[in-house]
Design a protein around this ligand. Structure first.
Ligand code: PMP
Length: 430
């Protein structure tokens, strides 16, 4: 899909370059030592991302002195915004007592207790350093538990960058790819068909209850219930990847949907802004990781890191039901107000949202699966993204955003108004 842009892409680029000369220099410098000048493909966009120097509350500051409202929040992980006093203090206190040990600390026990307490399906958890490692470990565990190799995932889902969950392509051995079958999100029949026809028995189905990076698309309740039944009937494990969706409810999206998976993967907000991941679930499955059982050996130099764990405990202590409800309500208001205005003007853009998560899509018809979310007007999306950057709003190049606690109606209305104005200017030439 492409549109005829009235507001010229080159004008937006010129303005961006004019406002970000030092970031341009930094980007050139970075390119000499980092491929493409970046360490994260997902955060890169043309002509170059800004080089940031600091963040406070919901604002980020770049090397050119531009301030932007940070709706990206490090891909939804900073639910309390930047440098929250209590989280920083907790991390500092932990760091001052030593930043890492090759033995457990009480911080990791506390965080595990908090998680098992909040999420009903978690009997036990293990920590990792990232969501990628969490899904990698959960899949290994499911394979070990079932004795099977094939896993099912969904088109448009994102579970990190390891071979079993990444989109097939360069560097992923076809032998590994052959062990991953892809079904359609919100299409139970496509999963049933796989269970019926797969030549090998399925070890696990891994699913995000709400597609996050894939466009903030909620599962239909019947879909998750159906997955629960199908996996149970076939002896496969059901893994909920809640790395993003955990923020939607005190007990994760699984509590919102009232469907209990066998295993859950977590990350982002549970580290209070610091690197972390976790996976956990049923006692009998997690027991394979018990060193006494000697079935799966899973290490990690920084697993259960005390700084991340201490910040995570502080974050989850602050993240009460009321706070979550407030964030969710703000997100829903944003989505409604933008969609009402865009619909009234007949513009081919809409925002999907679930609670405090949202995603701008440059198409007007409803999107219920991850494949559809890929079919958008990319030219318009890139222009909207750069236009919003120029206006002081930081979002993912693909349109993903989230609400953090320091945001007020001022920032939220500001973004809503800018999305509508820019879309109008880009398409209607006002
Ligand atoms: N699962 C989901 C649902 C994610 O959104 C992400 C990252 N955005 C990951 C896993 C991977 O997490 P990480 O980037 O911490 O490796």
């Amino acid at each position: 899909m492409t549109s005829t842009l009235r507001l010229n892409w080159n004008e937006l680029l010129d303005e961006y370059r004019r406002r970000n000369p030092r970031s341009a220099e930094m980007s050139a410098r970075a390119s000499a030592v980092l491929p493409g000048g970046t360490t994260r493909t997902t955060t890169f966009f043309q002509p170059f991302p800004p080089t940031l120097v600091s963040g406070a509350g919901c604002m980020v500051l770049d090397v050119d002195g531009n301030q932007r409202v940070d709706f990206l929040n490090n891909y939804t992980s900073l639910i309390f915004g930047h440098a929250h006093e209590k989280l920083t203090a907790a991390a500092n206190r932990a760091a001052e007592s030593g930043s890492a040990f090759a033995s457990p600390t009480e911080h990791e026990i506390l965080l595990a207790e908090v998680l098992c307490n909040r999420v009903e399906s978690l009997d036990k958890v293990r920590f990792t350093n990232s969501g990628t490692e969490a899904t990698m470990a959960a899949l290994r565990l499911a394979r070990a538990f079932t004795g099977q190799s094939v896993v099912v995932r969904f088109a448009g889902s994102y579970h990190g960058t390891h071979d079993y969950t990444t989109t097939p392509g360069a560097g992923v051995p076809p032998e590994v790819d052959a062990l991953v079958l892809t079904a359609r999100f919100n299409d139970l029949d496509s999963v049933a068909e796989i269970f019926r026809t797969a030549r090998q028995v399925i070890a696990a189905v891994i699913v995000e209850p709400v597609l996050g990076a894939g466009g903030v698309i909620p599962a239909e309740p019947r879909f998750l219930e159906g997955l629960r039944e199908l996996t149970a009937d076939h002896g496969a494990l059901l893994i909920f990847d809640e790395v993003i969706s955990f923020r939607l409810h005190r007990g994760g999206a699984q509590a919102r949907y009232d469907v209990a998976p066998d295993l859950t993967t977590l990350g982002k907000i549970i580290g209070g802004g610091f690197p972390i991941g976790a996976f956990g679930g049923r006692d009998d499955v997690m027991a394979l990781l018990d060193p006494d059982a000697g079935v799966i050996s899973w290490g990690g130099t920084f697993n259960g890191n005390p700084v991340s764990a201490a910040a995570g405990v502080a974050a989850l202590t602050e993240l009460t039901e009321d706070v979550i409800e407030g964030l969710n309500a703000s997100g829903e208001t944003l989505v409604e107000s933008v969609n009402d205005a865009l619909r009234a003007d007949g513009l081919p853009v809409h925002v999907t949202g679930v609670g405090s998560l949202f995603n701008i899509h440059t198409r007007s018809d409803p999107i219920t699966d991850g494949s559809a979310a890929m079919i958008v007007d990319r030219e318009l999306l890139a222009a909207l993204h750069l236009g919003l950057m120029n206006r002081g709003f930081f979002l993912a190049p693909r349109g993903l955003g989230s609400i953090s606690t320091p945001m007020t109606q001022l920032e939220i209305r500001g973004l809503a108004g800018s999305i509508v104005d820019l879309t109008t200017a880009l398409l209607a030439g006002t």
